[in-house]
Structure formats: C-alpha cells, structure tokens
Design a protein around this ligand. Structure first.
Ligand code: CAA
Length: 379
C-alpha cells in the first residue's frame, strides 16, 4: 500500500482541520456539558461536503475515497467526537448502505438529501436485548402484502432525535434466523413512530442518542433494502465500513488529546523548566505519538482495501480494536501530562478521555472485533 497522501487528500484534511478549529472548538465544552446537539455545525458540515463524502456526485455526494473520509474523521474527532459520530453514521451506515444496496428510487428519494446533509439518518440495529447478539432481533416487520407492519423498540440510537430517515433492522420470519431479517427505510413522520428517552451519557454527550418505539408502523415494501431476508447481511456489511469510521474517530480522539498534551507540556513549567524538557514527559509523548501513528496506518490500510474493492472486514475490525485501545491509552496519558488541570473541563482532555470509551463499545465492542478477526484467521 502507498501511504503517500495526494494533493486532494491533503486539501480535505486541511479543510476539516480548519473547520474543526474555527467552528467546532468554540462551544464544544458547553455543548458537552449541556448535552446540546451541534445542529448548526452539522448543517455547515453538510455544506462543506462532510456528510456524504464517498457518495457519487450524481447523488449529491463528494465522490471521494475512503482515505479522505478517514482523514476528515480524524480532524473533526480531534475536537468534537459528538459531531464526528453523527458524520460517521450518516456517511458509513446510512449513505453507503443506501448507495450500495438501495434501489434507484430509494437513492433518488433519500440519498441526495442525506449526502448533502439537508437531512441526516440513523441506523437502528441495537435493542434492549440485542446489542452484540445482533441476530436476536425482537423488533418485527410482518409482511402484509404491499407493506410491512413494524413493531418493537430500538435502543442507543445515534442521531435518534435529529434524523429524518431511519434504517431499521427487524425480524420478518424468526424461523429463518438471520435469513429472516430485513432492513427497512422508515420516515420520521410515519404514524406509530415515537422518539423515546434521551440517554444521559458518560461521553459524546452532545450527540443525540435515543431509544425509538415503533407501534404498527406501516412501511411500504418499496422501502426494503435488498432482497427479502437480506437485512442481517446488510447490517454486517455496513458495519464493516462503519468500523473504519469509528476507528478514525478513535484515532482523532487520541491525536487531539496528544496535541493538547504536547502544547501544554511546551507551555507549562515545573522544577525550573518546561514539562517537555523532563524525560518522563518526553517518554510519554514518544509512546503516544507511536501508538497514534500505528493506529493511523491501520485505518488507512482498511480504507485502502475498501477503495480497491478488496475484502476489508478483518482490517476494519483490527483498525477499530487497536485505535479504540489507543484512544483510551493516549487520552489517559494526556490527562496525566496535564496533572490537576487535566481533571477539569477547561483543558479538553478529560472530555476526550470520556469520549474515547464509547469507541470500544459502539459498532461492536472490542470483544466483537476479536470475534470478527479470529473468524477470518481460522477459516
Ligand atoms: N461481514 C459480512 N458478513 C458477515 C459478517 C461480517 N463482518 N459477520 C457475519 N456475517 C455473515 C456470515 O457470513 C453469515 O452468513 P451465512 O449464513 O451466509 O454464512 C451471517 O452473517 C450470520 O453470521 P453468524 O452466524 O456469524 O452470526 P452471529 O449471530 O454468530 O453473529 C457477530 C456474528 C459478528 C457477532 C454479529 O452479530 C455482530 O457483528 N454483532 C455486533 C453488532 C454491532 O456491531 N452492533 C452495533 C450497533 S450499531 C451502532 O453502534 C451504530 C451507532 O449508533 C454508532
């Protein structure tokens, strides 16, 4: 793999960095504190092309490669992981899912608006009793001829209250196991659909995480993605790509914390010299920078495989597994470098440390990534 970034990659990276510094940094502490969704900033991200980066321009997207997406996700996540999870779900799970597997009619109706950020979307797989064990769907989509009747509850749904379009995974025929599951596009205005309670979270507090309730919601057959029974495979497929996005988010959280720690260590004096002049701090910075570099290479490798049309499920799980551990390690060390200041809100690193944790949980826990990786190893 060639790791040299093209001029286009560097331009995307710089645009994302500038946007994050100018538009996301001011107010990020307050939004986290008040659990306030960055609505205006997400609108701006749509205008800049960050909400549908890989979608074909004929459907309103940026037509970019997955490496560009990784680079942009890293820069946005350095400052605001609540904004970047919204971006990741919209790009990887919703837009890519519809573009890859949707009908022309679905693309025309939903994709252009999702890719430009005019509307955003959510991906609804997790349930109160089906998180890691995704085949155990209790939500049902019963075939009624020209439509499905959807009933059930979804939990921990990112963009839960801010979306206009929801891709809902539901069981149509329990006897068929994972082959009896469908993926349906549900519009927010559908009768019988209710947005439930907002989660009060440890991290990514400004992101909009809700439970969702569906009671006798009629979903037209035209809104099913793929053939009857393709829903579980659809979910697995979009999650393979989604994990590259979350790996890049974890990478960004780590590199953001590292940059804050480096800056602090260059400014703060202790025992008569700047912190960076102390070998104990130098060793920490060297370890952090090395871990980040390794995580970045794994993210870019997974992205490159996807761009080349080669299998990437194992590499995306590896990138997520490794980068999320790096995010935990580096943010913890960044707090340590800051000492007491690291433990208070003004210095950003405590927020990044809280944000890091979710990258080991959503789109499959670290244990799930190990299942995905080891299955490929022992095939
Ligand atoms: N890629 C492609 N296909 C896959 C796959 C993958 N990663 N994993 C499984 N499949 C396929 C299998 O090949 C199999 O197909 P066949 O029957 O044709 O052979 C089919 O799917 C069923 O596979 P399994 O029998 O292996 O299924 P399982 O019940 O043992 O579960 C699992 C496999 C990997 C544990 C899966 O359940 C899983 O990934 N769970 C985690 C779910 C998850 O990530 N949830 C996150 C929620 S979304 C979210 O967090 C979004 C957000 O808000 C940020």
């Amino acid at each position: 793999m060639n790791f040299t970034l093209t001029e286009e990659h560097i331009a995307v990276q710089e645009a994302a960095r500038e946007f994050a510094q100018k538009e996301l940094l001011p107010g990020v502490i307050e939004r986290d504190e008040e659990q306030r969704f960055p609505k205006e900033q997400i609108r701006q991200m749509g205008e800049l092309g960050f909400m549908g980066m890989m979608v074909d321009p004929k459907h309103g997207g940026g037509g970019m490669d997955t490496k560009s997406y990784v680079l942009a996700m890293e820069e946005i996540s350095k400052i605001d992981a609540s904004a970047s999870v919204c971006m990741s779900v919209n790009n990887s799970l919703v837009c890519w899912g519809i573009e890859q597997y949707g009908t022309e009619e679905q693309k025309e109706k939903y994709l252009s608006r999702l890719a430009t950020g005019e509307i955003i979307g959510a991906f609804c797989l997790s349930e109160p009793e089906a998180g890691s064990d995704a085949t155990s769907q209790k939500t049902t989509a019963i075939d009624q001829g020209d439509h499905y009747l959807l009933n059930g509850t979804k939990n921990w749904i990112t963009n839960g209250n801010s979306s206009s379009v929801y891709i809902v995974i539901a069981q149509t025929d329990s006897e068929k196991g994972h082959r009896g599951i469908n993926a349906l596009i549900v519009e927010r205005e559908s009768e019988g659909f209710v947005v439930g309670k907002k989660e009060n979270k440890m991290g990514i507090r400004a992101s909009d995480t809700h439970s969702l309730m569906f009671t006798d919601v009629k979903v037209p057959k035209a809104n099913r993605i793929g053939e009857d029974g393709f829903g579980f495979k659809f979910a697995m497929s979009v999650l393979n790509g989604g994990r590259i996005g979350i790996a890049a988010q974890a990478l960004g959280i780590a590199s953001g914390a590292y940059e804050f720690a480096l800056q602090y260590a260059q400014e703060r004096k202790a025992f008569g010299k700047e912190l960076v002049q102390h070998q104990g701090i130098q060793f920490k910075l060297a370890d952090m920078a090395t871990q980040i570099e390794a995580a970045r290479l794994l993210c870019l490798q997974a992205a490159d495989l996807k761009d080349q049309g080669l299998p990437y499920a194992k590499q995306s799980a590896m990138a997520k597994l490794f980068a999320s551990q790096v995010a935990m390690d580096v943010t913890t060390e960044a707090v340590q470098v800051h000492g007491g200041y690291g433990y208070v809100k003004e210095y950003h690193v405590e927020r990044l440390m809280r944000d890091a944790k979710i990258t080991q949980i959503y789109e499959g826990t670290s244990e799930i990534q190990k299942i995905v990786i080891s299955r490929e190893l022992i095939q």
